[in-house]
Design a protein around this ligand. Structure first.
Ligand code: ADP
Length: 241
């Protein structure tokens, strides 16, 4: 197995054309280590979400290669990409993106239902237990706190035992304590299950839980810090918190 779960090589992504053109990523090259936890930081509009979307196969760059498990996903058909994403990638978002009419259990198994697969009930139960939602399987999102809803989203992302978990501001809508618990789950995915996490965040308290922090400015990676302190991160961001 490769040492890197996800590799981007000279990835460029531009939105719009002509006078409305906006370059989100400029020849970005980066490798995310297997079993590592990386945070992606940078000012608003620096390309963080675009990087995550290109790395996870939600978006296609105009040029460059994106390898997941050694395969260039930019060369794949939609169908091949859908299968790879289903089998190897999990994604969580700031806004949880749960279906309001479905219970926690039903939300977790939705991706496998859509893929016409029968989820293993013991695996689903185990995941809900792992994220601290045992006993709340039948609750709908409105009956759960924000932190609990994010836990459902994490269980859903973990259902296919993905090698890589991409998280876009996963604690952005949560208070500090609840956010910390969600970060514990991401840390656990890395430390106990050997999964790889790539997380976009603007919060130094979240980024400090990662093994490495990558800084983007204007579509370019301008710095990478290993195990930085919250102070180092804030300094690197320009003292803004
Ligand atoms: P960040 O996540 O760091 O805030 P984004 O990746 O969302 O940055 O955006 C990077 C740049 O790309 C910004 O200039 C933004 O305006 C532009 N951009 C992002 N998404 C779109 C889109 N769907 N259409 C047009 N421009 C976009």
């Amino acid at each position: 197995m490769s040492d890197h779960a996800v590799v981007l090589e000279k990835v460029s992504r531009t939105y719009g054309r002509g006078s409305t053109e906006s370059v989100a990523l400029r020849q970005v090259s980066v490798a995310f280590r297997s079993g590592g936890f990386a945070a992606v930081m940078g000012p608003s509009g620096s390309g963080k979400s675009t990087l995550l979307q290109c790395a996870s196969g939600l978006d296609r760059p105009q040029s460059g290669a994106v390898r997941i498990a050694g395969r260039d996903i930019t060369k794949m058909s939609e169908q091949e990409l859908a299968v790879l994403r289903r089998d190897r990638v999990g994604v969580i978002f700031q806004a949880f993106n749960l279906v309001p009419s479905l219970t926690a259990w039903q939300n977790v198994i939705l991706p496998s239902r859509l893929a016409r697969r029968r989820p293993d009930a013991a695996h689903v139960r185990g995941l809900l237990h792992r994220v601290g939602l045992a006993g709340r399987e039948g609750h709908r999102p409105a009956q759960l706190s924000g932190g609990q809803q994010q836990r459902v989203a994490i269980a859903r992302a973990l259902l296919g035992r993905p090698e890589v978990l991409f998280a876009d501001e996963p604690t952005g809508a949560l208070d500090r304590g609840t956010g910390h618990e969600v970060l514990n789950l991401l840390r656990e995915a890395v430390d106990e299950f050997g999964q790889t996490v790539v997380m976009v965040t603007h919060d130094p308290e979240a980024a400090v839980r990662a093994d490495s922090v990558l800084f983007l400015t204007d579509g370019r990676i301008v710095d990478v810090l290993d195990r930085p302190s919250a102070e180092q991160i804030s300094l690197r961001l320009g003292g803004r918190r």
